[in-house]
Write a protein that binds this ligand. Sequence first.
Ligand code: HOC
Length: 382
Amino acid sequence: RLSDCHSFHDFRRMAKRRLPGPIFNYIDGGADDEVTYRRNTAAFEACDLVPNVLRGVTDVDMSVTVMGQRLAMPVYCSPTALQRLFHHQGERAVAAAAGKFGTMFGVSSLGTVSLEEARRISSGPQVYQFYFHKDRGLNREMMARAKQAGIEVMMLTVDSITGGNRERDKRTGFAIPFRLTLGGMAQFAIKPAWGINYVTHERFRLPQLENHIAMDGGALSISRYFTEMLDPGMTWDDVAEMVRDWGGQFCLKGVMSVEDAKRAVAIGCTGIVLSNHGGRQLDGSRSAFDQLAEIVDAVGDKIDVIMDGGVQRGTHVLKALALGAKAVGLGRYYLFPLAAAGQPGVERALELMRIEIERDMKLMGCTAIDQLTRDSLRFTRG
Ligand code: HOC
């Protein structure tokens, strides 16, 4: 039951019980040996908090401003793909829940609800995340649709010009739409709640892409999408042109080096998300948290630095903010609750995060985010 879920781990277990194995493992998995995936959370654990006491912490304000958007809490729902595969409410649930908590929601170009519909549902600011396709017309179309829909922040993912080696997906044969192979049917049989949901709700769609890919000709694998549709020849000049064309808040997701962060500043980006794609792309890549201080020191006064990866606790968020992140992105943290229970699940997860952040700020002796500084951190292990 939802009321028995008190943490990320409880939601993950509940999602695992409800989802067919290939779908659970698609969300849960990382690339190669999943070293980066594990490191993302371990990095937070290698950092200790040093609290202050007797500071008068009755009222806590956890709001932040990032890329021109005021957020009631310092976390937002990062864009993630294929959400209606996990629960029929998909992006609708996440958009509505994020809005209720006064935070930002990211809709993906691989989303299963149209960006226009998601924009109508979410009452908070909205990010539109997209990839750089070989088909330049498609890239232009995505930007034009986003502009028309009133999207506040464009986010181009730059760490995925080729697909990560997701061995769990290879073993399970994960592809979309979910295929009714023998193995697939067995999954329906053992996970009836998910199966009934999947077949009784509207057809699975990728509304941002459907005029450009043939979904009905068979299943689409992640590696096929990346290798056939994305342009590995993308350069900084291509992105500079997009930033100019957009003319508003534009953020690069997947920047990890100081050199690239400086280039993002130089071409006029207003934000960067330090991210290794949840450990799903380049295994062995450093965790965003470990890389954060270096990047903030280099460009933090010129651009908004955001991070994501492995965030499961309020204390993880506080550690990232103390190092200088302007906000923190959540991925699996809300996807497992979505899979487990739809919108009420996402709402409960965001509520738990809000309560944890408030409690942890009080225990740290802080009443506002800018009181969290590097003085409160010690790196003792790792
Ligand atoms: C069929 C294409 O960001 C991930 C996503 C990208 C999924 C591509 C799916 O899984 O990391």
